[in-house]
Design a protein around this ligand. Structure first.
Ligand code: G1P
Length: 291
C-alpha cells in the first residue's frame, strides 16, 4: 500500500534573490525578517506543524547564514543565558530540536527541477513535500497539512494553487484542471509561465507541492524549458497520465516574500497580528495615511 503520510520535505534555497536586490546582494533572501523572524523559519514551522520530521535544504553559494541560523550558537546562547534572555532564541531552538535538518549544495543553478533532483537520495522511495521559501502562507490549518489531508483521499502529486489576475499568469505555473471535489482539481495540463492569451486557466501553482518519487526519473528526462531552466512544472506535466496529479485551492493568505511588494505586505500583516506590535503599528499606519 502506498505510504500515506508525508515525513520528509525539501526546501530549495539556492536562488539569487534578484527581485529583492540590493538587500540580497550579500545575504540570503530567506534570512530577511518578516517582523523579527527570518522568512525561512515560517516555512520550516509550517513543515513541522504539518508532520514533517526531516528536511533537506538545497542550498548554494552564499547561503551559509541559513545553516548558522538553525545551528546552536554557543557564544550567543551563553551571553543570553547570563542576561536572562534565552527566551529570545526559544523558537529557533525548538524547531532545531524537533525537526532533523540536512543540507546539500546545488552546484549550478539550473532551475527548480534540478534543485529538487538533488534530494533524490535523501527522499528515497516515499512521497515528500517541497516548500518554496518565497511563499509564506498564513492559515488556520497549515497549508501543507491541508494538502496532506487531500493526499490521503487523492494519492498522487498534489499542488497548491490559487486564483490570480490574468496579468500575473506569465510569472507562475498554471494548471488546467477538472474539478473533482470542492477545492480539488484533477490536473490535465500544466504550463510554466504562459502568455496570458495562452493560459489554460487563472489557477496558479504556489510554492507547496506533495510529490511522488517518480518525479526524479521525470526530472532526468526533462529538457530545459522556460528561461533555459529545468522546470519542475515540465517534469510534473510529463507524469500526467502515468501518475495522478491534483491541484488543491488552499485556505489561507499567501504572501510572496520573494518580491518587494509581497515582502512589505507580509511585514505589515504579521506585525498587525502581533499583540505587542499590532496596536502601535495600526496607529502609525493611520498617522501615515492621514498625514
Ligand atoms: C516557481 C515555479 C512556478 C510556481 C512558483 C510559485 O517559479 O516554477 O511554477 O508558480 O514557483 O512561487 P519561480 O518563482 O521560481 O520563478
Amino acid at each position: 500500500m502506498a505510504e500515506k503520510s508525508i515525513r520528509k520535505a525539501l526546501i530549495p534555497v539556492a536562488g539569487f534573490g534578484t527581485r529583492l536586490l540590493p538587500a540580497t546582494k550579500a545575504q540570503p533572501k530567506e534570512m530577511l525578517p518578516v517582523v523579527d523572524t527570518p522568512a525561512v523559519q515560517y516555512v520550516v514551522e509550517e513543515a513541522l506543524n504539518s508532520g514533517v520530521e526531516s528536511l533537506l535544504f538545497v542550498t548554494g553559494r552564499g547561503k551559509q547564514a541559513i545553516e548558522n541560523y538553525f545551528d546552536y550558537s554557543v557564544e550567543l546562547e551563553k551571553e543570553l543565558k547570563d542576561r536572562g534572555k534565552l527566551d529570545l532564541l526559544q523558537e529557533v531552538r525548538e524547531v532545531g530540536d524537533l525537526i532533523h535538518i540536512f543540507y546539500v549544495r546545488q552546484k549550478r543553478q539550473k532551475g527548480l527541477g534540478d534543485a529538487i533532483w538533488y534530494g533524490r537520495q535523501f527522499i528515497g522511495d516515499a512521497p515528500f513535500a517541497v516548500l518554496l521559501a518565497d511563499d509564506i502562507i498564513d492559515a488556520r490549518i497549515p497549508c501543507l497539512a491541508q494538502m496532506a489531508e487531500v493526499y490521503r483521499e487523492f494519492p498522487g502529486i498534489v499542488l497548491a494553487v490559487e486564483q490570480v489576475p490574468r496579468e500575473r499568469v506569465d510569472q507562475l505555473g498554471i494548471i488546467k484542471g477538472r474539478k473533482v471535489k470542492d477545492r480539488v482539481f484533477a490536473v490535465e495540463d500544466l504550463v510554466e509561465k504562459p502568455d496570458p492569451a495562452e493560459a489554460p486557466s487563472d489557477l496558479a501553482i504556489v510554492g507547496r507541492y506533495i510529490l511522488t518519487p517518480s518525479i526524479f526519473d521525470s526530472i532526468e528526462k526533462t529538457t530545459p524549458g522556460k528561461g533555459g531552466e529545468i522546470q519542475l512544472t515540465d517534469a510534473m506535466k510529463n507524469l500526467i497520465g502515468r501518475e495522478n496529479v491534483y491541484a488543491y485551492q488552499f485556505e489561507g493568505t499567501l504572501y510572496g516574500v520573494g518580491d518587494k511588494l509581497g515582502f512589505l505586505k507580509a511585514n505589515i500583516a504579521y506585525a498587525l497580528k502581533r499583540e505587542d506590535l499590532g496596536p502601535p503599528i495600526r496607529e502609525f499606519i493611520r498617522e501615515c495615511l492621514d498625514g
